[in-house]
Design a protein around this ligand. Structure first.
Ligand SMILES: [Mg+2]
Length: 191
């Protein structure tokens, strides 16, 4: 039976990005974090993920990492950073297991310079490729799923994947849903 998911953006949804020092980023990489040492969960994120996981949602991360196409980081660095995010979001009920089911990332960017990543790709948000791949591979019920992100391209990817617009939550400090904790409360009260 398909399961409902909460699709989560990574940077500035789960972990700090905009507030990190310049030293966290390779020069000219437009703020994609690819150094595990700088992985830092935003306030309330661990508890929010615990609550959603306990409610039965499969947590899937989907993140654009055009830093690879731009030559600022290797696939290995991006995967190490993603692994650190998963490790940090440990499941208190199952030691050693992450609350995150899987991380999808898109290393492609048409303005990049590194072969073979300097192309447009259906996985790059706002395109819905990562969501559609996850739905297929993890047998997810998109009609019952939610998405949380801090950028319009996150929301647009969910829209193009066919997720109900009412289930696409844009984090905005000037709204009722400023952060993931508020998004989780909203999701859990609208089941
Ligand atoms: Mg983001």
């Amino acid at each position: 039976m398909p399961t409902a998911s909460v699709f989560l953006d990574r940077d500035d949804t789960l972990i700090a990005n905009a507030s990190l020092p310049a030293a966290a980023f390779a020069a000219g990489t437009h703020g994609d974090l690819a150094d595990p040492a700088f992985v830092q969960l935003l306030p309330g994120v661990h508890e929010a993920c615990c609550d959603l996981h306990r409610a039965g949602y499969v947590l899937v991360v989907m993140t654009n990492q055009g830093v690879v196409a731009r030559g600022g980081a290797s696939i290995t660095q991006v995967e190490a950073t993603n692994a650190r995010v998963c490790e940090t979001l440990s499941n208190p009920d199952q030691p050693g297991i992450s609350l995150i089911e899987r991380v999808y990332y898109c290393p492609y960017h048409p303005a990049g310079s590194v072969e073979p990543f300097c192309i447009e790709h259906p996985w790059r948000k706002p395109q819905p490729g990562m969501i559609l791949a996850a739905a297929e591979e993890l047998n997810l019920d998109l009609a019952a799923s939610w998405l949380v992100g801090d950028a319009e391209r996150d929301i647009e990817a969910g829209r193009r994947a066919g997720i109900d617009p009412a289930r696409l939550l844009l984090l905005d400090t000037n709204s009722d849903i400023p952060d993931l904790a508020a998004a989780a409360s909203h999701i859990l009260s609208h089941r």
